[in-house]
Ligand binder design. Structure first.
Ligand code: UDP
Ligand code: MN
Length: 369
C-alpha cells in the first residue's frame, strides 16, 4: 500500500513537471528563408544543449514550403502569422503604421497564451550553453543594449503571453510608433520597468563590439550568442574543405561562434535542403539593417566592411556533395546522420551534442584540413 502510494505520488510529480515545462517555450520568428535557416540552427543548438522547454516559431507565408517542412522537424510548434491578411486589430494597426510590418508580426508572440511563460529569441542567435534558468525570471527580463545601455536589446526577452498585454502593445504602436522603427523601440517604450540580466544571455557578437579584455574574462560564460547587425552568419563565406568560416577584418574574435553556427548548419540543416536552393537561401539580406541600429551600420561602413551578400562558398554541386560525404563528426558519416535526421532523430545527447560539434571544429582547425 505504502509503496503503491509513493509510486503514485512520483507519477504525479513527474507529470506535473512535464506539464509545467510543456507550458513554457522559446519563441522565435522568421519572415523569410534566410532567417528560417537561422532559426533552424538556433533550434538545433538549443536541443544540443538539452533544453527542457518547447520550441515554437512564428512564420509568415513568405517562408518556402520546403523550409517550413524542416522547421516542423525541429520546432514543437510552427505557427503561421499573416498580419497582412488577418483582418484583426493587428491588421488595422498595421494599416496606420505600415513601417512597423515585422514588428507587428513579432508582437504576435504575446498571443501564445497556451504557454504560461516564454523566452523570445531572435533567429540570428546561437545557444552555446543551456539558458533554461531564464524561465525563472519575470516579464520583462532582458539584457542591456550595447548601443544605448538604458534600453534593453530585444533579441532576447522573457515574457508572459497575454491578450491584454498584446492589445496594449498594439495601442502603443498605433499611438506612439517606434522610436527606432523596429520592435526594440516599441518594446522599450512600453516596458520601462524591465529587469536586467547578465550579458551572457544575449552576448552580442558583432564586429563593432570590441571590449576584448571583458570578453576574454567573461566570454567563457556565454549562453546565447547574438549575431546582431547587418552581416548574419549565413552571409559569411564558409570553406567546406577547412571546415571554417573566412572571417573578414574585424570579425576574427567571432570565428569560434561563426564556426559553431556553420558546423550545425552543415551537419544538421543543409542535408535537408534541396541543393539548388542553397545559394538563394543563404543570400537573404535583412531589410531591417537600414532602419535599425543606425550607429552600427555607420561604423560598419567606416571600417570599409563589405555589404555585399551571398558569400556562400560553393564550388559546384558534385564537389560539394563529395566534401559533405567526407565530413565526419565522430564516427558517423554525414549520410548516416542525414538518414537519422530525416527520421527526425538528431542525436542531441551523442554525436549532435554541442560538445561534440565543438570538438569536431577544434579537430578540423588543429589538423588544418
Ligand atoms: N526578422 C525576420 N525577417 C526579417 C527581419 C527580421 O524574420 O526580414 C526577425 C528575425 O527573427 C530576426 C529578428 O526579427 O532575428 C530581428 O531582426 P535582426 O536580427 O535582423 O535585427 P538585429 O538583431 O540585427 O538588430
Ligand atoms: Mn538579431
Amino acid at each position: 500500500m505504502i509503496s503503491g502510494t509513493s509510486v503514485k505520488v512520483t507519477d504525479v510529480t513527474s507529470k506535473c513537471y512535464r506539464v509545467a515545462n510543456m507550458s513554457q517555450a522559446y519563441v522565435t520568428l522568421a519572415t523569410n528563408d534566410g532567417y528560417a535557416i537561422g532559426a533552424l540552427v538556433l533550434g538545433h543548438s538549443l536541443r544540443s544543449n538539452n533544453t527542457t522547454r518547447d520550441l515554437c516559431i512564428m512564420i509568415t507565408p513568405t517562408v518556402s514550403p520546403s523550409i517550413k517542412a524542416l522547421l516542423h522537424g525541429v520546432f514543437n510548434k510552427v505557427i503561421s502569422v499573416d498580419v497582412l491578411d488577418s483582418g484583426d486589430s493587428a491588421h488595422l494597426s498595421l494599416l496606420k503604421r505600415p513601417e512597423l510590418g515585422i514588428t507587428f508580426t513579432k508582437l504576435h508572440c504575446w498571443t501564445l497564451t497556451e504557454y504560461s511563460k516564454c523566452v523570445f529569441l531572435d533567429a540570428d542567435m546561437l545557444c552555446v550553453q543551456n539558458p533554461d534558468e531564464l524561465f525563472s525570471h519575470p516579464e520583462l527580463t532582458a539584457v542591456t543594449d550595447i548601443g544605448w545601455p538604458d534600453c534593453f536589446n530585444s533579441g532576447m526577452f522573457v515574457f508572459v503571453p497575454s491578450r491584454d498585454t498584446y492589445a496594449k502593445l498594439l495601442r502603443v504602436a498605433e499611438e506612439k510608433g517606434s522610436f527606432d522603427g523596429g520592435d526594440q523601440g516599441l518594446l522599450n517604450t512600453y516596458f520601462t520597468d524591465w529587469h536586467r540580466i547578465s550579458f551572457v544571455f544575449n552576448m552580442v557578437a558583432s564586429a563593432t563590439y570590441t571590449y576584448l579584455p571583458a570578453y576574454k574574462q567573461f566570454g567563457v560564460n556565454a549562453k546565447l550568442i547574438h549575431f546582431l547587425g547587418s552581416m548574419k552568419p549565413w552571409q559569411h563565406r564558409y570553406d567546406v574543405t577547412s571546415g571554417s568560416v573566412q572571417t573578414p577584418a574585424g570579425y576574427h574574435h567571432l570565428a569560434p561562434y561563426l564556426n559553431s553556427w556553420w558546423a550545425i548548419y552543415i551537419r544538421l540543416v543543409q542535408p535537408g535542403i534541396p541543393e539548388m536552393d542553397i545559394p538563394r537561401l543563404l543570400a537573404v539580406k535583412s531589410p531591417l539593417e537600414d532602419t535599425k541600429k543606425m550607429d552600427i551600420s555607420a561604423i560598419d561602413s567606416n571600417e570599409g566592411r563589405s555589404h555585399s551578400y551571398g558569400h556562400y562558398y560553393l564550388r559546384g554541386g558534385n564537389e560539394v556533395a563529395q566534401q559533405l560525404a567526407g565530413l565526419h563528426l565522430g564516427q558517423e558519416s554525414i549520410q548516416e546522420g542525414l538518414a537519422r535526421w530525416e527520421r527526425g532523430e538528431p542525436d542531441y545527447l551523442g554525436r549532435d551534442s554541442f560538445a561534440n560539434i565543438q570538438a569536431y571544429i577544434d579537430s578540423k582547425l588543429k589538423s588544418g584540413k
